[in-house]
Structures are given as C-alpha cells and as structure tokens.
Design a protein around this ligand. Structure first.
Ligand code: CMP
Length: 451
C-alpha cells in the first residue's frame, strides 16, 4: 500500500509523540491517541463543513482525490486504502493527544531560555509532536500547606522509577488561590536566619538585577530576599525529582544544573537562571528531574512565598494566558513547560468590529490566537471564506510558507487576540507547528497543490 503525504505526516507525528512521551503501555497509549485523533478530526470537520455549507461553498478544494481517499482510510483507522472521500477527512485535523500518565509533566527535547531578560532556565530545542482537542480543565487542588524543607538527595546514578500517580491524568492550572495578592492575611513570610552582609551581597548579585525581581516593589523584594534560603549542593545531587510535588523555587547563584525528562537530558542552565517554578505555579508534579552538574550554590524560595509574592507579578503573563493556551485545541500537545514559554512571548491586541487585523497581500509578522470575539476571513476574489471564533487561530499560512497574507481577517465583534511574533512562532510552538501544517488549508506547507 502506498501511503499518501498526509498519512506519512500522521505516522511521523505519531512516532514523534511516542518518542516524546515514551509510554510504558504502548497499546493503551495508541488506543487513546487514535481515539482522540478521530474525535478531533470529526469535530474539526463538522465545524468546517458547517461554515462552508452555510455559505454554499467547498472551502479548500486543493487535495487530490487520491489524497481524500487516503485520508479517509486513515481517519477510519483503517490501514487499507479506502475509496470514499469523506469531507471530514479532507478538511484537516489537529492531531495528537497526551494520554501518557506523565503527560502533564512531560518535556521539551531541547534547549532554550525559559525567561527573557537574562533569567534563563537554560536552552531548548524544538520538539515534534501534535496537538489534540483535549478536554478543558479547570481543576486545582490549591493545596498550599507549608512544604517541608527541601530534602536534597544524593544522586546515585540509578534513577528510581517515576511516580506515575501524583496528579496523574490531572490537567494543571493556576489555581484561584494562586495569587490573592491582597490577601496575605494569615500568611507570615518565612524569615530565615539573618543573612550576613556577604550573603546579602551575593544574593543581590544573583537575583537583584533579574527581571523576575525587577518587577517587584521594594517591600516584596525585601520579603523575597528574607525568604530566600541558601542551599549548597554537591555535584551529582538530585535537587528535584520528576513527578514529585513542588516545594521550592530555585535561583542558581553558582554552578550548572541539568534537566532530565523521563531520564533524557533536555536542558542545562547556569548561574543567574532559575528553575522549579512550574510545579509551584500549576500545582503539578515536577516536570523534570534536576541534577547538579557541578557543585552549586542555590537560593531556594518556599512554595508559599513564591505563590504569594512572585507569581502574581513576575509570572503575570503566564497567569494571564494560562486559560487561553489550555483551551486552544491546536496547543493541546504542548507541555506545561512549553505553554509557560509560549505565554512569556505573547502580546495582546484588541480590535473593534470592522477593524482589519491582517490584510491580504501584506507581509506576515504575527500568528494570532483568538481569546474572544469573532472574525471573518475574506479573499479578494471570493469574499468571506470562513468565520472564526474564540480559541480559533489565524495568520499561520504566511509564517509557515513565507508568503504574503493569503486573506484579510476582519473583526466582526470586539475581538481580543494574543499575538506571537515570527521568531516565537518558529521557536515556541514546537509540536503544534506540525498540526498547523496538517491543518493548512492551502496544503502548501505539506507540499500539496497550491491554489
Ligand atoms: N524542558 C523542560 N521541561 C520541563 N521542565 C524544565 C525543562 N527545562 C527546565 N525545566 C525546569 O525544571 C523544573 C522542574 O521542576 P518544575 O516542574 O517545578 O519546573 C521545571 C522547570 O523550571
């Protein structure tokens, strides 16, 4: 049997997702994966069909009959070639789903700064995988009971199996209790042993100029400085273990730390960087194991102080975009870490009804995620060809294919969009880019016929 291009892409994405998640139970993972995939295809197709149908048009007649037949076979989970060219299979798809118990704590497979402005968690690479339409979650334990002091464990070289039950299957979110900044009522900030002038000097050098701390007012800065606790760890120490509950956020004053996801090294970071914020922000299990590559001097901030003081200011963007990013079907395959980095790079724009957001023929600079509102997509020669709502996206075709804008997008209601610049689009969408390509109605990014 000859596989179509789309089928090959599907297979590649599926393989990439397996490589990424390394499921312990491949059959269960695959069953979940393809079920979800099918569900997505149908719902996506239904939506597209109804929009196109209501306008009496065939939206994107760019895929050959052979492609249609092949896609049909695939969408029905049938490896034999199938001849019926159901529209649902032509009007592409957002694939992939993270069903693996580790999915909330999964990884990116490369290196790149988590924070801008010199407070990096290291470096990253782009990863391949897809994106589903997973259920939206809103749960949160919000357990802020005071954490135990950190227990540094000597790294023996033998990793224990990852706990699979802590928060397993639970979608992560920033809890409502997160940052009631006004309500510090019963909370007394921890005040560790008075710091020596020498320590304070080092501490200011390590965190003072950092953008995370720059955003704080003088009182908050003082609280943080008081609450930070010096930790010296030897080379090889396991500072954080993937899957554990979050207790501390760390700033590296000296030394280098490595990050491992499912025992694979995914990142390295040095002095001036920070790590350990994700579990504290999202009440999720630790997303990676962190091991001291060298002897390190760290400053540890307890969970509660982190949430009460740092989260609402320094991580404001993440909080702001958390719900949007989690609810975007196209971004479902991103890990918490991926979403956090993406949020750091987003900006917001607001449009009134009738205002153009992008103009056909212009150079494409941004990718857009609709937070709320509605837009029409128009082509000069065809009029309105599609209508978009909250949690849809646009602007990807020009960026994927390095082409001028292929259509004009106009707000039909007051519309708020999150925008991602070209370089962020290429660096931060990772797995979702493959899905965008699959969904690209022109087929150009898949090397298919052009309109
Ligand atoms: N690729 C990565 N995936 C997940 N976490 C990472 C990665 N690189 C660095 N980290 C950091 O490793 C930390 C492990 O604990 P947290 O999940 O609390 O927060 C995580 C991030 O700060």
């Amino acid at each position: 049997m000859v596989l179509s291009k789309n089928q090959k892409i599907e297979l590649e994405l599926y393989e990439a997702e397996i490589n990424r998640q390394k499921p312990s139970d491949l059959l269960q993972f695959s069953a979940n994966y393809f079920n979800k995939r099918l569900e997505q295809q149908r719902s996506f197709a239904k939506k597209q069909e109804s929009v196109a149908g209501s306008k009496g048009m065939v939206l994107f007649p760019l895929v050959s009959e052979q492609e249609c037949a092949a896609a049909g076979a695939w969408s029905n989970n049938d490896v034999e070639e199938k001849k019926d060219d159901e529209a649902s299979d032509v009007t592409f798809k957002s694939p992939f789903v993270s069903q693996d118990p580790h999915s909330t704590s999964s990884h990116s497979s490369g290196d790149q700064g988590l924070f801008k402005g010199g407070f990096n968690v290291g470096q990253e690479t782009i990863h391949r995988a897809g994106s589903p339409m997973g259920p939206r979650s809103n749960d949160d334990g919000g357990d802020d009971s005071n954490s135990n002091p950190s227990q540094f464990k000597r790294h023996t070289g033998n990793f224990r199996p990852l706990p699979t039950n802590f928060n397993a299957g639970r979608r992560t979110s920033v809890s409502a209790e997160t940052f009631q900044l006004g309500s510090l009522d019963n909370w007394t900030p921890p005040h560790y042993v008075e710091k020596t002038p020498e320590q304070l000097d080092r501490l200011f050098k390590a965190v003072g100029g950092n953008f995370l701390f720059n955003k704080l007012d003088a009182d908050s800065k003082k609280l943080i400085i008081n609450a930070l606790e010096e930790k010296r760890v030897d080379k090889g120490t396991e500072i954080i273990k993937q899957g554990d509950e979050g207790d501390f956020f760390y700033v590296v004053e000296k030394g280098t730390v490595d990050f491992f996801v499912n025992h694979h090294k995914v990142n390295t970071s040095n002095a001036g960087s920070s790590f350990g914020e994700l579990a504290l922000m999202y009440n999720s299990p630790r997303a990676s194991t962190v091991i001291a590559q060298t002897d390190c001097v760290l400053w540890a901030l307890d969970r509660l102080t982190f949430r009460k003081i740092l989260l609402g200011s320094s991580f404001q963007k993440r909080l702001m975009y958390d719900e949007l990013l989690k609810s975007m079907p196209i971004l479902q395959s991103l890990t918490t870490y991926d979403r956090a980095k993406l949020a750091d790079a987003l900006d917001t724009e607001l449009y009134e009804p009738g205002q153009e957001i992008v103009h056909e023929g212009d150079v494409g600079e941004n990718f857009y995620l609709i937070e709320y509102g509605e837009c029409d997509i128009l082509k000069k020669d065809q009029g309105v060809i599609n209508h978009l709502k909250a949690h849809d996206y646009f602007g990807e075709i020009a960026l994927l294919n390095d082409l001028p804008r292929q259509a004009t997008v106009t707000a039909t209601k007051r519309t708020k969009v999150a925008t991602l610049g070209k370089s962020g689009f290429q660096r931060l969408l990772g797995p979702a880019v493959e899905v965008l390509k699959l969904n690209d109605p022109t087929g150009k990014s898949r090397g298919l016929a052009t309109a």
